[in-house]
Design a protein around this ligand. Structure first.
Ligand code: G3H
Length: 541
């Protein structure tokens, strides 16, 4: 079948969707978790359409999969008050609970979450168009992240269960919660990235207001009863509604202690400014990125192409860590482009349930128009689409375009395209690539492709001060999840990783006393009688 015909046939009729990947029914959510109860909702709702279109008499139509509440600022405020009451100035049941019991509750939640795996994985696939295999991986990675967080907290607690004695003063330092956390995740990893902030914030004793992402919303519905059943009332509250209608009021209340958002720096800036006392607000943010690959004449081009394909096109380029601009030395550019274009041509495209599929439909409704705009802007400024069929689209599907030669005049040089376009920039002197990174508003990661040790070393030193991770002959990525994940400039605030996140959502508090007989006796009594959850020498096994 020729390419155009294959593209036309990418979508199927409703009856052709394999039953093992279908949702059991439409999911019309009419309740949400707030203050320990599933509150009924009979107000306006938002209909959820999948990026997967189906062939109908009227042509291609996005498939309806359900709907969820569009609440107002009043319901968000009720949930905020529930979270504030559950925290109770740090005196609530959850923030004062011992670490072992908090861990036990999170373990119980994880068990209930695993029972919902089937429906959650299907909802990830249907809501954002991620392949079924990658949706399952996202679920498993999230469960592993939770267990790794529990282990990390146990280690932290074990290290804190003794006393330090310095200059005649003894102290026990532990990490304590910060208060109410407003947590918002992104659509591209709607479960994983949301939970990499929500779970550490929760397990450290904070109370949570959680706003699900704009796509990947319904998949959080099956977990709400588990949150209700595992944690004291008001500890986890899920808020719904238009972000610009419900979030500013929450920030303006001054009752949010931590803002955690994986999203755009523009939104993060606007929200932080709404808080009346910014000094009281901690922000843990994962933001925009425009990660570059640098391919030098000393690179193994086959390896570079393999990694760049993964880096630029996994989940259709919709990763914050994706390679979004490729710098290639002029002397190897032709060879590189030929190999890269050929490699794009081998990627399987189709419906997310197909085995081995890597290119799938896009969830954002105006995305195809935006990607076309990027391409016509690049063509106007002298570039071409160099791979066969690059930039062709059908319905919500866009076939990857390798665009060359990209220059400073083009949108693709500056903007985070967050989609399947691979902009390639030729260079003569490595200094040009360093200048690009210095001038960039982003500073997350970079990938260097070269087998010359001196050349790599000469790039590492300037680049580690521009970005937060320099990858050698390897694509950019967040994982392994125990590695620090952060960025400079507009790319992040704070560091996320398994051990870093539990620190990001807590603060050290210590109990200190002069080492005299009276105090020793007093402290021993508290510890022996087990009357404080904080001051304790108990060891969590
Ligand atoms: O969207 C950004 C994600 O953190 C990417 O994670 O690089 O491990 O796919 P990953």
């Amino acid at each position: 079948m020729d390419f155009n015909a294959a593209l036309k046939n990418i979508f199927v009729e409703e009856s052709e969707i394999p039953s093992e990947f279908s949702l059991p029914s439409l999911i019309h959510q009419r309740e949400y978790l707030s203050d320990g109860v599933m509150k009924p909702w009979d107000g306006p709702v938002h209909e959820v359409y999948s990026p997967v279109c189906v062939k109908t008499e009227n042509g291609l139509e996005r498939k309806l999969i359900g709907s969820y509440p569009v609440c107002t600022a009043a319901e968000a405020e009720e949930s905020l008050n529930a979270a504030v009451a559950a925290y109770n100035n740090g005196r609530g049941e959850w923030p004062t609970m011992g670490v072992a019991e908090r861990i036990h509750r999170v373990e119980k939640f994880t068990g209930l979450m695993i029972e919902q795996k089937d429906i959650i994985v299907k909802l990830i696939m249907w809501e954002i168009g991620k392949s079924f295999a990658d949706s399952a991986k996202e679920f498993d990675r999230t469960v592993e992240y939770i267990y790794a967080t529990i282990d990390s907290l146990k280690n932290l607690d074990r290290d804190s269960s003794g006393f330090d004695i310095v200059d005649g003063i003894a102290a026990q330092a532990r990490r304590s919660p910060l208060g109410v956390v407003l947590c918002m995740g992104p659509f591209n990893y709607p479960l994983n990235e949301t939970f990499t902030t929500l779970i550490p914030a929760l397990i450290m004793g904070n109370t949570i207001l959680f706003k699900p992402p704009k796509f990947g919303t319904l998949l959080h519905y099956p977990l709400q009863e588990a949150f209700r059943d595992c944690f004291p009332k008001g500890v986890v509250n899920v808020i719904y509604g238009r972000g610009n209608a419900i979030v500013p009021g929450l920030m303006q209340s001054g009752k949010i202690n931590v803002l955690t958002l994986i999203g755009s720096s523009k939104v993060a800036n606007e929200l932080k400014k709404q808080h009346p006392k910014v000094n009281r607000l901690r922000a843990v943010l994962g933001l925009d990125a425009k990660n570059a690959a640098i391919v030098t004449p000393n690179a193994d081009l086959d390896l570079a192409v393999k990694e760049i394909i993964l880096g630029a096109l996994s989940f259709n380029g919709q990763r914050c860590t994706a390679l979004k601009i490729i710098w290639v030395h002029k002397s190897v550019a032709d060879q590189f482009l030929e190999k890269l274009s050929a490699a794009v041509g081998t990627l399987k495209f189709g419906m997310p349930w197909e085995k081995g599929v890597s290119l799938t439909p896009l969830p954002e409704t105006n995305k195809i128009e935006y990607l076309n705009e990027c391409i016509s802007d690049a063509l106007t400024h002298g570039a071409s689409v160099v791979n066969e069929n690059g930039g062709k689209s059908e319905g919500s599907f866009f076939y990857p375009a390798v665009v060359y030669p990209v220059n400073k005049e083009m949108k693709l040089y500056h903007e985070e395209q967050f989609g399947p376009i691979v902009p390639v920039v030729p260079f003569e002197d490595l200094e040009e690539t360093i200048e690009f990174l210095i001038e960039s508003t982003h500073g997350q990661q970079v990938s260097i492709f070269s087998n010359d040790a001196d050349e790599v070393a000469a790039l590492i030193d300037p680049l580690v001060n521009q970005v937060s991770r320099v990858n050698i002959n390897t694509q950019c990525q967040r994982g392994p999840d125990v590695f620090p994940f952060t960025g400079r400039k507009d790319s992040a605030e704070g560091t996320l990783s398994v051990p870093d996140a539990i620190r990001a959502f807590s603060i050290r508090s210590l109990v200190a006393f002069k080492m005299n007989e009276q105090n020793k006796q007093l402290i021993n009594e508290i510890v022996h009688e087990d009357t404080s959850n904080f001051l304790s020498t108990k060891f969590i096994f």
